[in-house]
Design a protein around this ligand. Sequence first.
Ligand SMILES: Nc1ncnc2c1ncn2[C@@H]1O[C@H](COP(=O)(O)OP(=O)(O)O[C@H]2O[C@H](CO)[C@@H](O)[C@H](O)[C@H]2O)[C@@H](O)[C@H]1O
Length: 520
Amino acid sequence: MVVLASRNTAENLSEIQAGNDAERRDPGDRSPGSRVLFVTSEIADFVKVGGLGDVSAALPRALQVHHDVRVLVPGYPQVTQSEWPIEVVAELPGLMDIPPCQLGRIELTEGLIVYTLLCPELYDRAGSPYLDPEGRDWSDNDIRFARLSLAAAQLCVGYPRHETTALEWQADLLHLHDWQAGLAAGYLRWNHVDTPCVYTIHNLAYQGLFPRHHAARLGVPESAFDEGKVEFFDQLSFMKAGLVYSDHITTVSTTYAREITTPAFGCGLDGLLATLAEEGRLTGIVNGIDDSWNPRTDTYLARSFATSDWAGKRANTEYVRRSFRLAVSHGPLFAVVSRLVHQKGLDLTIAVAESIVRAGGQIVVIGCGEPPIENALRNLAARFPGAIGVSIGFSEREARCLFAGSDFLLMPSRFEPCGLSQMYAQRFGSLPIAHRTGGLADTIEDGVTGFLFDEMSPDGFQEAIRRAFRVFGATDLFYAMRRAAMAIHYQWRLSVRPYADLYSNLVAPNESVARLGRRA
Ligand SMILES: Nc1ncnc2c1ncn2[C@@H]1O[C@H](COP(=O)(O)OP(=O)(O)O[C@H]2O[C@H](CO)[C@@H](O)[C@H](O)[C@H]2O)[C@@H](O)[C@H]1O
């Protein structure tokens, strides 16, 4: 048996769990369903790098009616220095090179409870959750996210209370997100704790690979390597740990769930994923969006508008043109709102940009990411002043204005697990032009709520853009497509059921009954 040894103490997780289970049943508890800990490296309330931040903010809130879902995130400065008060509720032991830390509790809007790891030596830094200010991975990312994973495992068994406050909650199920949370399932199983785990892949391309010899400093047992459970081409893989040790795997669209079982999309894990799919343990659940994505109520917009209020939408278009110093035009406005990474196919957008401008279109871009893509876009804007505007940076407000002001969204992703930008664009009456892959194929109906192309090449993309130009010129059809796109209901509150059912099925029925009487 592997023992989770803290720097000061040695604790056995399964024994702690048995003791705490007995102690923590309280007839006063009226929380519904199961107690679920949602383990994530981003939450849009505090810090968002991409779509994971959105999902982590919206899905747990939508699930509250079915289960007692709480979120665990690292204590980045964006969390610890926010306006929300933090109550210290527990002391969590460390393990090998993973330092001990405190656990803070924050109550957010809609009663969402977020636990955060107060560990300044790992998280109190300038930069993004993953990168230093120079854009390089933090060199101790293995320890930073092993700390997150270990804390999640510890919250399944309960842990020493802080002297003045008490953590009176422990998870019945872990919902782990992406590689940063993958080791949590391992820490449980290495300690013979059988708390069920759901592991969600938001992007298989980021796997959390580290040199094999880092395993010892994270308390990963050598046997896990020998049995091939965490090993990926002689490296330590956090992603693989999540896949191997979790009870059920989900990913964020049905098409991507199929694609990742093939060599073309499987990033070297397709064999394992195909086996999981055959066993019925891999499911695609299309993401939703939260209710704030509504052009009638969005306070960021130059003017709010409802379906068919095209003058209201046009006011946003004019606002975007002015803010990006574009010329007055009656042509279509194309938008890009994206992380600027290889996945998103910006090279195709750059390749077709000139022909869009020659045909009378204009392009606005907001994004940040890989410096060569950022530079290529800056150069493009310099070549076509008045027709192409580029803003390198991250701004929720600007992103919303672009969705509202544009006629079309360009999204030629090489692969796309789900994609949220196309759904936001549709809600705001901007028709996505996208590669038929992953969640883009699942959420865009070609010629009805957007445009899809099959061949991942400038020619393939160009053909779809030509169709978009033709539709833009056929006003009735264009407006009909806009209406169809705006009428789609992707909201989480309507699409949360598959997750709620999955949790219920994985938590043993007798546990559910006992749980109804526990205190939060
Ligand atoms: N410069 C900028 N300023 C402001 N906002 C910006 C921005 N750049 C991007 N965004 C926003 O970030 C989010 C991006 O989400 P996506 O789902 O489209 O892609 P991402 O690859 O980050 O997410 C991964 O996880 C999600 C969640 O599961 C999957 O949908 C997706 O396919 C997968 O690649 C959107 O909310 C978008 O508006």
